[in-house]
Design a protein around this ligand. Sequence first.
Ligand SMILES: CC(C)(COP(=O)(O)OP(=O)(O)OC[C@H]1O[C@@H](n2cnc3c(N)ncnc32)[C@H](O)[C@@H]1OP(=O)(O)O)[C@@H](O)C(=O)NCCC(=O)NCCS
Length: 327
Amino acid sequence: MPGPAGMTRGEPPAAEGFGHLGPRAGPQSPTPDSLGPQSPTPDSLGPQSPTPDSLGPQSPTPDSLGAIARLCSSCLPDPPDEEELSGILYAPDRPAVLQGDPQVGIVATGIDQDRGFVKLLCVDPAHQGKGYGHLLLEAAETVLRKGGASSVTVGADAPYFLYPGVETTQTSMLCLLERHHYKRVDVNYNMAVDLRAIPPDPGGAEPADPGELGEISSWMEQHWSFWKSEVLRALSKRTLMVTRDRHGLSGFCAYNVNRKGTVGPVAVRPELIGKSVGTRVLLGALHRMRRDGYLSAEVLWVGPVVPYARVGAQVSRVFFVYRADLG
Ligand SMILES: CC(C)(COP(=O)(O)OP(=O)(O)OC[C@H]1O[C@@H](n2cnc3c(N)ncnc32)[C@H](O)[C@@H]1OP(=O)(O)O)[C@@H](O)C(=O)NCCC(=O)NCCS
């Protein structure tokens, strides 16, 4: 269940296409020339290094999605597919800025007011250990600083996020960030639930209809504004379950918002907290996922453990949130 986040727009795309991180030989860094889209020359393999500026901010193009998805498959334990990447990097209200080359490594950034985020940073295993990780992180910091960000956080970039931080199993990423003096400021975690073993559906939760957009939008604005974008995305995908009482909407549970097989955010009208409405709407969503063929679900960025433990969920993945000042 993602935590509070502002809802301002991200950085607009700055240019077409990707920069190209040229090949690098030996322990030296690549040169600005070697970053162009040209073939490498012996000179470009020399002992000079690229600067973050030479990577420039570019926007992803739909053509690059396949290449980014392949890169993610090569270096992430749970790679997003093209559709998921599209929703996270190309959201019209929060387009990411991409730097790098999907054949080598990329970094995707976004800005929310003065808070900068690294949404995704990864280097193809064939190119790891050559300095690209350092380079891409510095390129991200440069573009965020230029965009007015005063800090950079890695992951935890709601509403359209891939990870609620850096997974604690990603040792190389943890080391990269600590080498750059990022501070661990928070810990987030996901909980996994076996959908074959959930309690019976208590009933009462129904899928929301896109025709209810106006009502749901203003209810979210009134009660849980920081989750509005995710909930409206779920509504448009028809993956939003809601409960109602005589006062109107009483609770919601969104699923498959940014990634398939995931749950959250979930919330009830504030005065109903602790009165089982949340469990009702959560179970309604879990049963619907089971009917759709999912065997398990991952509740994202969990707040309180208890409501999810009650339906059989267990803490499954832990993420450190790293942040640095860009002052
Ligand atoms: C983290 C990652 C980007 C590093 O890319 P890279 O090009 O290999 O990195 P570099 O060669 O520039 O090395 C940068 C630093 O990363 C760390 N690092 C890289 N490989 C490492 C390894 N095998 N073990 C421990 N630390 C490692 C080191 O701190 C290194 O700097 P140092 O050697 O000066 O200490 C890459 O391993 C990767 O793509 N991992 C998966 C990324 C991920 O989890 N992304 C999701 C969250 S955004």
